[in-house]
Design a protein around this ligand. Structure first.
Ligand code: 3Y8
Ligand code: NAP
Length: 254
């Protein structure tokens, strides 16, 4: 058995620890999005594979028997490539993902289908908005320059974001409810924009927004092709054991 984990999430790191403890041969993979990704207890590669073809070649040359797509729910292209490459090479595939967040009774969510829809939802008088969606999609909000945006990025960007009114904070999660409460109070936040990432690593801002009764623009996650899914490292470990003992190579995908 040789496992490839497509990482970049809290759950991917938890699985890497579990495989390392059990000395299961495995590789960890980052896209190379941030300057210094968290070190992992597994041999780690950084950077794209070169599309689905590149990943398929990697699976073959590295003799990967089990592919675990533990990328973030918004890492749509990587997940699509994982399904295509695994199918082409007959590699067993499972996604380690987390259920989407659901609003609680008192939550003031406005669900939107995309970043562009989130921008459109910001029509209205100028507000102080916590834009907790990272760096990659900030430019879209230049269409609403009237708001003051508080941005939280993993790395300091080379050039200033194209938003005339903004405050930059550099921080990486997992975050805490107290920390996010303090951030929102310090900056007088009136509205939160975020992605429905699910999981615990990014949920603090929702708890803080709930405590402050702030409105939330919640961006729904993209649709992904059907694949076997697990919601925790233990379920992946069970699958690895089962798949390595079952003699046929076919994935019965239930
Ligand atoms: C490079 C690798 C771990 C993983 C930790 C999780 C939790 C903390 C919360 C906010 C939201 C956001 C962002 C976020 C969180 C975890 C997880 C998660 C959100 C690192 C990491 C990599 C990335 C990439 C980065 C994106 C950005 C998104 C910041 C490591 C720290 C906003 C997603 O500057 C950039 O280019 C950043 C790009 C993709 C989204 C974007 O569009 O900007 N994650 N985040 C991975 C790689 O190279 O392959 O150092 O750990 C990982 C984590 N970020 O092991 O503890 O599991 O989700 N990451 C979102 O959810 O909206 C921050 O500020 O509240
Ligand atoms: P994406 O848009 O789905 O993928 C774009 C390209 O990046 C992929 O086609 C692939 O390049 C490369 N890539 C993505 N993840 C990779 C990985 N783990 N290992 C090797 N190459 C990878 O992905 P993204 O949204 O930019 O996310 C990039 C990374 O950040 C992922 O590890 C993801 O888990 C993490 N992350 C993303 C978010 C988010 O909000 N999107 C949040 C938290 C963490 P090639 O086509 O060249 O193979």
């Amino acid at each position: 058995m040789k496992v490839l984990i497509l990482g970049g999430t809290t759950e991917a790191s938890a699985l890497a620890r579990a495989l390392a403890e059990r000395e299961i041969p495995a590789l960890f993979s980052y896209a190379g999005r941030v300057a210094s990704p968290k070190p992992q207890p597994l041999p780690t590669r950084v950077g794209g594979f070169g599309g689905a073809d590149g990943l398929a070649d990697f699976l073959a040359t590295q003799r990967i028997t089990h592919l675990v797509d533990a990328t973030h729910p918004f890492a749509e292209q990587m997940s699509r490539h994982a399904v295509a490459a695994a199918e082409r090479k007959g590699t067993a595939l499972i996604a380690l993902t987390r259920p989407p967040w659901e609003p609680q009774e008192s939550d003031r969510w406005q669900r939107v289908a995309s970043i562009e829809a989130a921008v459109a939802a910001l029509a209205g008088p100028p507000e102080r908005v916590l834009l907790a969606i990272g760096r990659l999609h900030l430019a879209a909000f230049a269409a609403r320059p009237e708001h003051h945006y508080v941005l939280r990025l993993v790395d300091l960007p080379e050039e200033a974001p194209p938003l005339p009114r903004h405050t930059l904070t550099v921080d990486r999660g997992p975050f805490t409810r107290e920390g996010d409460l303090a951030l929102m109070r310090e900056h007088g936040i009136e509205r939160l924009v975020c992605k429905n990432a699910g999981g615990a690593g990014a949920a603090a801002k929702l708890e803080a927004a709930r405590a402050l009764q702030l409105p939330v623009i919640m961006i729904d996650r993209p649709a992904l092709p059907p694949r076997r899914e697990a919601h925790g490292p233990d379920a992946v470990l069970d699958w690895l054991v089962h798949r390595s003992t079952s003699d046929d190579g076919t994935d019965r995908g239930v």
